[in-house]
Design a protein around this ligand. Sequence first.
Ligand code: FE
Ligand code: CA
Length: 529
Amino acid sequence: MGSVDVTRRRFLALGGAAGAIGVAATLGHRVAAQVSNMSSPHPSADPFTLGVASGDPWADSVVLWTRLVPNPDELHDTGMDQRPREVEWQIATDPKMTTIERHGTTWALPEHAHSVHATVDGLRPGREYWYRFRIGPWVSPTGRTKTAPPPGQPIPKLDIVAASCQSWNAGYYTAHRHLANETPDAVVFLGDYLYERGIKAEDSARRIDTPIPAHLATETDTLERYRSQYAWYKCDPDLQAAHHAAPWIATWDDHEVQDNYAADVAGREMPHAEFSARRAAAYQAYWEHLPLRAHRPVGAAMTMHRRLAFGSLAEFHVLDTRQHRSDQIAGDAWQPTTPERADPNRTMLGAEQQRWLNDGLAASEATWNVVAQQVIAGRLDVDPSDRDVLNVDTWDGYPAAQQHLYDALATATNPVVLTGDLHAGYALDVRSPVDDSNAAPIAAEFAATSISSGGDGEDLSATGQHLLDANPHLHFANQRRGYLRCRLTPRHMTVDFRTVGYVTGASDAPVATTRSFVVEAGAHRIQDA
Ligand code: FE
Ligand code: CA
């Protein structure tokens, strides 16, 4: 264990009392008193079982994440008591952590499940860093991250991957391992990081060689239960690899709370107060487990929409299409259109977020404006006959809001929409107005398929064929698991649909590019690469 000893010495050499006192002072008397009273007992087992993560890269700053949980398989006794713990972090310019650029300490508080969100600033733009944490004798794995390029400055390229939907039951996170090997500048995660349903060996498409803890069998409902679900998911080595490889820009969809919920309306019958409490627990647990810059939720409210800029090349407008939306019209999924759908007051983003998006898209001077969001924005009609059969959980279920979105996209330079949710890869032109099949495209949309949700899938399902038949602006439909690999340059955005042949039974499927498309700057439409 020589390397650990060296690591400890380095950490000890760099650790300083001044930092700790400074942080304690900012936490107020209660924590400061507890800190001065405690004899600094360290966790008796490795607390870094969930790995590390980084996120929301700015030009001078990034968020570093971890959570102290020695017993991730326990519901109640996770191996930490009710004391706050001080955690050291380091960020270096090399993967061996020999040239430390910044270091400091932060607090892991019991009311936040001993999660850590260290905002490190004073970093240099557009460069790779490596980081790790320490508490007592325990040193975390080392993660790679990267700051954004200098604001407003031209850069030759940006490499990102986009992914969504990782039901643990549905299969292995093979796609995450491949995605990690792409060494992207950032990972954009478009929702369904967690699924709320219980985890049982008999429902799992994975080979189960150790028993699954019994408390995971029920649907997530309490804060403790959501936390235990995150702990289970985050013990997956391939998911950890994806976090260790690059900073994430994450947003949520519905399953982090409950399937097809809409604002404060549950996805299925349940008392309002019960759903409210559940949403608050779910939001809190989400915040605790993701490398977010966002402030932790207040009750059942949390601001998720935000913007991230990569030089003058790209601006990412990250949306939240769940927290503020009107309820879906009855039926939730694919159905023939009804007049109820067209109510002009039905919203997807809520007024404040819609204004924020309008202003941001109109004001952006970036070459590419990437709207990272959850549900399909363009028209997808699944009925090749004259009748429209639409998925009313998507923007097609909210035509007034959909037109507001399109009007905002039309003001932006090179808008591209990245979408999750549907467990299939799609490439489509967004035309405005949506019902006019002769309208010109205003934006390109690419749907990342799922990491695992839906199981192995197939290249072209019956639904996929119906969609291709009914939607001439749809260029591609594929139901395999995988992710999008995107390269943005001043002249082109290239999107590769990266897929794996299977995710059930074994985690060794190779990855391949099924299809590639290109959007030329100024063209607003998709072409074959
Ligand atoms: Fe999903
Ligand atoms: Ca979804």
